[in-house]
Design a protein around this ligand. Structure first.
Ligand SMILES: [Zn+2]
Length: 460
């Protein structure tokens, strides 16, 4: 056990070192000082006005009020006046193989099963980074994603830092997706064995899907924990949740997002008492669909044409011809009925909340998913500052990466976003991120393409 933990630590050290070496070319070769913005550091703390954040070689070296910080003489100044500086967002449930296409079956037919995945993933990755998502947890993809992750690490493709589950474990074969997405098991012993194989093949976390019983969960949890790996369970039904609690599953995904009546109070109380992180993904169907009905124009944002190869774009647009017939939204009426009640249940009870989007499920594009989810969480009762802290600090804790990510503090990786305006007043100012800094590499949007950022950064 101890030896395994040490080996894991060695591997992690190696990976982090590998990351920084590969991305050095994207970094400015001088210190950078972000000056004059309102700083939200990731904690649920008062903002720091007229702030300074200095970073160099990919790490944060100074944070504070302008009066108290000595800016290095050779630093490039990024003027953040009128803007908010905050940690890069972390999406604790996303899919980098998806682009928001309306129908999974048709999408995988278009991709020729998985042949064109290497073309799809860069679209999603760039959209995520541009939306301020500097880290993401991919919960379900074939192991091709490992090679893709290396391309991001080498700086060949703009994208977030990826933590991945690889294929999920299930007893129910999901129709319409290629076999390499899932591991279908028939016994608990097989579940444990397959979990060990997934970890050996590269899974950072184990994702469980549907049809599993308590003994399956126990077997998977035991196998995963022996390797220091967390188990994330896709959960909706109350009985499944009880079994997952009993088995010691680490993170609950989708709970309280839709479909169900609010859960029993004692169930919610137990989740809170055990401090199990909850990633609700509330907006993936029930906020996204009405938003599309009210404003179908969102589907035709010219940015999508720019982001995709022509035939991808054509197929993407074709999939929206009749949004009322899309399979994904078949049960929307039933799912929506208790949605606000069930979405607010964990928040009202004070649960340990992460933030995940399930993007890019149908119509839930990476360009918008994160701010939509954060906005939906504000609608059902979280304060903007709480949501921001959940989407940064708490998500870093859920990923086990809080030593490097999630807050703006000296010594952490320089993962920082700069947005125009005040998200504490209106969380939806996050719909356009001016500047995204990942691992000390600086990216800027069209609207922010002026001043020193154009000298040290890369245009999206
Ligand atoms: Zn998902």
């Amino acid at each position: 056990m101890l030896l395994a933990a040490k080996i894991n630590l060695l591997i992690i050290t190696f990976l982090v070192a590998g990351t920084s070496a590969a991305q050095e070319s994207l970094r400015p070769d001088v210190p950078v000082a972000i000056v004059g913005g309102m700083l939200l550091d990731g904690y649920e703390a008062e903002p720091i006005h007229n702030s300074v954040v200095v970073f160099e070689d990919g790490r944060i070296t100074a944070v504070g009020q302008r009066l108290n910080i000595v800016i290095p003489d050779n630093a490039v100044i990024l003027d953040a006046s009128g803007r908010t500086v905050m940690p890069g967002l972390i999406d604790a449930h996303m899919h980098v193989d998806l682009i928001g296409h309306g129908e999974y079956d048709d999408y995988y037919t278009f991709l020729n099963e998985m042949e064109r995945l290497p073309e799809a993933m860069p679209i999603a990755a760039k959209q995520m980074l541009r939306a301020g998502v500097t880290s993401g947890l991919d919960l379900g993809a074939p192991f091709q994603i490992l090679e893709f992750r290396e391309r991001i690490r080498r700086g060949e493709i703009p994208g977030p830092r990826l933590t991945i589950s690889g294929p999920w474990i299930t007893r129910i074969d999901m129709a319409g997706i290629p076999d390499a997405y899932e591991v279908v098991i028939n016994s608990s012993a097989e579940a444990a064995q397959r979990a060990r194989e997934l970890i050996a093949a590269g899974s950072d976390v184990i994702k469980t899907w549907e049809g599993l019983n308590e003994a399956d969960y126990r077997a998977i949890v035991e196998a995963a924990h022996a390797e220091g790996v967390k188990v994330h369970a896709h959960l909706y039904d109350q009985e499944d949740i009880r079994e997952a609690i009993n088995a010691g599953v680490d993170v609950f995904q989708h709970v309280g997002s839709a479909r169900n009546l609010p859960y029993d109070d004692d169930l919610v109380a137990e989740i809170i008492q055990k401090n199990i992180p909850v990633v609700q993904t509330i907006s993936h169907r029930i906020w996204v669909f009405p938003a599309t009905e009210n404003f179908p124009e969102r589907l035709y944002d010219p940015v999508y044409r720019k982001d995709m190869p022509a035939d991808f774009y054509e197929e993407f647009i074709r999939s929206f011809e009749d949004i009322y017939s899309l399979t994904y939204f078949n049960d929307l009426e039933e799912e929506t009925r208790n949605s606000e009640l069930s979405a607010s249940q964990f928040i009202d009870a004070g649960a340990y909340m992460g933030v995940g989007t399930d993007a890019a499920s149908p119509l839930n594009m990476h360009t918008e998913a994160m701010w939509r989810e954060m906005s939906a969480l504000v609608e059902v009762g979280m304060a903007p500052l709480q949501v921001i802290s959940a989407a940064t600090k708490t998500n870093a804790e859920i990923l086990g990466q809080i030593d490097d990510l999630g807050t703006i503090e000296v010594g952490k990786l320089a993962d920082i976003i700069i947005v125009d305006g005040n998200p504490l007043r209106n969380i939806e100012v996050l719909d356009y991120v001016d500047i995204v800094i990942k691992d000390g590499g600086v990216w800027y949007s069209e609207r922010a393409a002026f001043g020193t950022v154009t000298e040290i950064g890369h245009a999206f």
